[in-house]
Structure formats: structure tokens, C-alpha cells
Ligand binder design. Structure first.
Ligand code: AKG
Length: 264
């Protein structure tokens, strides 16, 4: 299959994203990008010290975030790859800010499910036009830990995380779910309110994914004490985080920590 050349998202893709809260975009990154980012994940799995408290092994999922400050290939993925343009088109946004990146690595044959949640409660922002791009570096199937989404759950306007009252939440069934088998370089793009989880990797191979989070036109800062970056900013020794100390609820995101992306 040829790789996506124009970064062009079609109208049916935008409509599906708006209706279902998630789409799968095939062939976003070519083999060079995939190889580069596999090496970058490997390097950071082995060597990275992480933002204080950022690197976590929960069950058998290894997660780290804010790599773009510390690794030039993660930085290039944000500023030079097609990802930003894909986010801007799906969010129908003339302005785009980058919120943050991360990776999720699922080791083989071990309990590695990630519970049902959506992303909005994890980010100190308010507004509708927010999405995550989940980029796979491996083949993805039900056996090796794919993501599953509750179709159109972004329209419920409910937040779901560790701190939420979950009495309203019911385990979804069959045709209420959306999921895809994927190839390296394919991406899922979901709205911040779309509820999802990921299943255990029961296969014998590793499953590596990189996530990037994006905010469009209508999104402003919203102080949330329990949200990203999860530790007091004063304790983080990455210069870009200094700009977050002065952001106030309701203000535009534009800052060193949430950079505005040049789209043309
Ligand atoms: O990669 C995974 O298995 C989980 C990712 C996820 O749920 C998320 O990024 O919100």
C-alpha cells in the first residue's frame, strides 16, 4: 500500500470522526519514520530518566511521556511529520497547539489491559476540539493488545478516569464497539471524550505505540490539580514547563509547553 503522500483527510473521514469519535487512518507514516521511532522508543525504554514520576510500569505496560523535550526524534514527530496536519483537519481547526506525547509498550504474554477511560480528565484544558493520535509501530490485533472504543461515546459528554463516579458506566457489548486491525504506520485518532480501553497482549510479540495530543481553535487552559503532568511543576527540571506556571484558566494555550504549530 502506498503511504499517505498529501496528509489529506477526506470529508467522509471527518464526518466519521465527528459521528463516532474515532477513526483509523491508514499508512500515515512511511518505513523510515517507523524505523526511526522504533529506535527512539527502544532508546527511551532503556535510558530515559523521564520527567519526575513519568515513567511507569503498570502491570506489563510501560508508559512514559514528555519525550519531545528530551529526544530529537520525538520532537521531529511533532513538528515535522504529517501528524499535526491530520489533527488540524479532523478538528477543523485553523490553529493547533501541541499538548504532549508519550509511548505505551505492551510486553508479550502478560496481563496488560488498560481500563476503560477517556482522555479529557487527564489534560488541563477546556474546549471541544481535542484529539489524541495513537500511532502504532507494530501490527495490531485483538491478540496483542488493540484499543477498543465505545462508538459515539464522546457525545455523552461524560468524563471517565480513576477519580470519576462510575455508577453510570456499563461494560459495552458487540456492535457498540469499534476497533481495527492495524499495520505499522497506521494511526487511530480519537476525540478526548471518546471512551476506550485496550486489551491484554496475549501474543508472543511486543506491541509499541506512540501517542500525541492536540488542541484546536476553541481550546483554552483549565487548571486541574490531578491532571497532566501529575507532579508539581516546580519539581520538573525541563525549561518548557516554566511557561506553565503563569498560565491561567481560560487563557489561550500558546506557550513553550503547549506550542502553537505552524500548519502551512
Ligand atoms: O496503548 C494502550 O494500550 C493504551 C493507550 C490509551 O488508552 C491512551 O493513550 O489513552
Amino acid at each position: 500500500m502506498p503511504k499517505l503522500k498529501t496528509e489529506k483527510i477526506s470529508s467522509p473521514q471527518v464526518e466519521a470522526f465527528e459521528k463516532d469519535g474515532v477513526i483509523c487512518v491508514k499508512n500515515v507514516l512511511d518505513d523510515n519514520w517507523i524505523e526511526k521511532m522504533r529506535t527512539a522508543v527502544e532508546r527511551n525504554l532503556l535510558n530515559s530518566v523521564g520527567v519526575r514520576g513519568s515513567k511507569k510500569v503498570q502491570l506489563h505496560v510501560v508508559h512514559d511521556y514528555s519525550l519531545w523535550h528530551r529526544d530529537e526524534d520525538f520532537r521531529a514527530l511533532v513538528f515535522e511529520s504529517p501528524l499535526a496536519k491530520i489533527a488540524a483537519q479532523l478538528l477543523k481547526s485553523e490553529k493547533l497547539n501541541f499538548l504532549g506525547d508519550g509511548f505505551f509498550v505492551k510486553k508479550p504474554t502478560a496481563e496488560s489491559s488498560v481500563r476503560w477511560h477517556n482522555d479529557q480528565p487527564y489534560w488541563p484544558v477546556q474546549g471541544w476540539k481535542c484529539c489524541k493520535i495513537w500511532l502504532t509501530l507494530d501490527h495490531v490485533t485483538k491478540e496483542n493488545g488493540r484499543l477498543e472504543y465505545i462508538k459515539a461515546s464522546h457525545l455523552w459528554n461524560k468524563e471517565l478516569d480513576d477519580n470519576s463516579d462510575t455508577s453510570w458506566f456499563c461494560e459495552p457489548e458487540g456492535d457498540k464497539l469499534l476497533s481495527w486491525d492495524m499495520e505499522p504506520g497506521d494511526c487511530l485518532v480519537h476525540h478526548f471524550l471518546t471512551i476506550h480501553h485496550s486489551v491484554t497482549n496475549t501474543s508472543s510479540s511486543i506491541r509499541r505505540a506512540i501517542v500525541t495530543n492536540w488542541a484546536g481553535d476553541d481550546v483554552t487552559y483549565n487548571y486541574r490539580p490531578k491532571a497532566w503532568p501529575y507532579v508539581p511543576i516546580e519539581e520538573i527540571d525541563i525549561p518548557e514547563f516554566d511557561s506553565m506556571k503563569t498560565l491561567k484558566t481560560g487563557e489561550p494555550l500558546d506557550s513553550n509547553i503547549f506550542p502553537k504549530i505552524q500548519l502551512d
